[in-house]
Design a protein around this ligand. Sequence first.
Ligand code: SF4
Length: 384
Amino acid sequence: MMNNIMGKGIYIHIPFCVQKCIYCDFLSAPAGDDIKEAYTEALIRQIRNTAGKDERRQDITSVFFGGGTPSVMPYGCIASIMGAVREYFNILPDAEITIECNPKTVDEQKLMEYRECGINRISFGLQSADNNELKMLGRIHTYEDFVESYTMARRAGFDNINVDIMSAIPGQNEESLKNTFEKVTALTPEHISVYSLILEEGTYLADNIEKYPAVPDEDEDRKMYHMTKDFLAKCGYGRYEISNYSRKGCECRHNLLYWNRGEYFGFGCSAASLVGNKRYSVIRSLEDYIASDTDVSKLYENVEELSIKDEIEEFMFLGLRKMEGIDVNEFRKRFGMDIESVYENEIRQNIEKGLLVRRGSNLLLTELGIDVCNTVMSDFILTV
Ligand code: SF4
């Protein structure tokens, strides 16, 4: 059922944070309010001039403010951006509109602003309920700060909240991760995302790894993954994607749009778009973005026209991340051919190894397949 979500999405990137976390390689940095306000104007200009060309009043089923930390924007900025989005696109009445917020960066006034401009989902970047782990990662908040922001959001009327949690933090063990889950599930958020920390080249953590406690190895990481899945299942959170868990009906529609290869428009520095078979991203330079004029074509780089081969591979990689896998009928509908005519051997061999399974018209990873999903997915890279 989730395979058929085919609305269009909008992603808005806010590249500002209070301070840089030691593991972070996202496009984000601290900035003053004057820069943030100039960025808001540039965003509105991009939205207006994109829509003014050919995207005017397209139906939108999800909007996602990501970052960075969107909640560090000065009062009124997010509402102005949402105003432009509504003016130039047709936001459907039941659209999911999410904003990523970090604990300690929201207050009642901001939360009311978000509610009033139609934002109906908050994603909190908690990462850990262990204050020592938070401090080590360079996060600005404590667990108590998170509880305060979360409670404020509930009071402001948000009934759809995600909490991001991180596993494989240096020095973390199953017990400390479980402790985080115990605390978070007691607050009953609708959605929980759990991603393993990845040591990205060029980050402070990667360059100074010897100064930190050992990072859990692959075996420990897998054990943490299985504990996560079992613990969250007992608390009523279904795993619907490799790293995402939710109460029934609270799956993130915006992320499902990505995994289903729906179309989306990206606004703001580095934001990616997928429109038809074209993928492109916005320039990364904040200075150039703010100085941009009405010619949006100058804002784009990495413009790529996807071949059928690219599209088929993406359909497989992204679709297999979902627990329901890919629908072979959907494959035929999109590409005009049977999946077996492209992947007969790959499917048969992975089924024989116990890594894939057929369920009705769906093809999905088994539990064993999830443990080695990168290997399984590499089998779906087409050589011709
Ligand atoms: S809050 Fe998120 S985006 Fe900002 S520096 Fe930390 S990890 Fe990076």
